[in-house]
Design a binder for this molecule. Structure first.
Ligand code: GLU
Length: 286
């Protein structure tokens, strides 16, 4: 059975770009007699707000979309993510990193490796130069025991060594795409404030919820290479992927969260009907 999902982060009101993602996933599920799941990716306590989460559900209903089963709210499942992290830690695949952002930027610059941004893939900032990968076990233990603030990073080289064979993911309409996640470096899998990260939670939940088709914007396509690695490390099944083009406005600009006029709320308040929204989405996706 086809199982797909829409997984917004409630950091603002849903805009047309979200609506397009949700509609495509919903249509796929309904056309196939499958399941359409809704998940709130709200682990970032600084940016996510409960009122945006509630508004997202209301806006989707207004648009005419329904979902199957309960909404999974990631912030209610931090113990699940902690368990994944612990499993990776027990296998020596993650390490604590005590560096501040400023220190990372300085080191990356000093190493003359001009900070190589992966922002187009996931806004993780510059590739981590690996400073804390070289700490001794004693130093790590002492700094952890002292309660020093830290994130947990994937040891990319070890992770790649521990998966058998080359990695691929299956993109609809394109076939197998080879994964080369090494370029992302030692990515953060658990933040300073929560024992989780987008990459860890999204892959864990897609596996837990039996998602067979991930439908989402093309901006996340590069990161699928990293997600595939996490799936392989954890022995999770690989869903198929259908990344869609991002909606653009009349001048060809990508819609962004700051475009308030493009929120479903604003459109609704301005008297636009759900059917008219769908017409706009279809026009904007061409
Ligand atoms: N929560 C992510 C976002 O709003 C989307 C995750 C996904 O679809 O994989 O950008």
């Amino acid at each position: 059975m086809l199982v797909t999902r829409f997984a917004p982060s409630p950091t603002g009101y849903l805009h047309l770009g979200h609506a397009w993602s949700a509609l495509l996933a919903w249509r796929r599920a309904r056309a196939a007699g499958g399941r359409f799941l809704l998940r709130l990716e709200d682990i970032d306590p600084l940016r996510c707000r409960p009122e945006y989460a509630a508004a997202a559900l209301e806006d989707l209903r207004w648009l005419g979309l329904d979902w199957d089963g309960p909404v999974r709210v990631q912030s209610e499942h931090l113990a699940d993510y902690r368990a994944v992290l612990e499993s990776l830690r027990a296998r020596g695949l993650v390490y604590p990193c005590f560096c501040t952002r400023a220190a990372i930027a300085r080191e990356a610059a000093a190493a003359a490796a001009a900070p190589h941004s992966v922002a187009d893939g996931g806004a993780d900032g510059p590739v981590y130069p690996g400073t804390c990968r070289h700490l001794s076990e004693d130093e790590r233990a002492a700094r952890l025991a002292a309660g020093e603030a830290h994130v947990w990073r994937l040891d990319m080289a070890r992770a790649l060594d521990s998966v058998a064979g080359p990695l691929f993911f299956e993109e609809e309409g394109e076939g197998r795409i080879a994964c080369a996640p090494a370029r992302f470096g030692d990515v953060v899998l658990a933040r300073k404030d929560v024992p989780a990260s987008y990459h860890l939670c999204v892959t864990h939940d897609d596996a837990l919820q039996g998602v067979t088709l991930v439908t989402r914007g093309a901006d996340l396509k590069p990161l699928t290479e990293l997600h595939r690695l996490l799936q392989a490390l954890m022995g999770w099944p690989a869903p198929r992927y259908a990344h869609h083009r991002l909606l653009t406005d009349a001048s060809g600009r990508r819609l962004a969260k700051r475009d308030h006029a493009a929120t479903l709320r604003a459109l609704r308040a301005g008297g636009v009907s759900p059917a008219e929204v769908v017409v706009r989405l279809e026009a904007g996706s061409k």
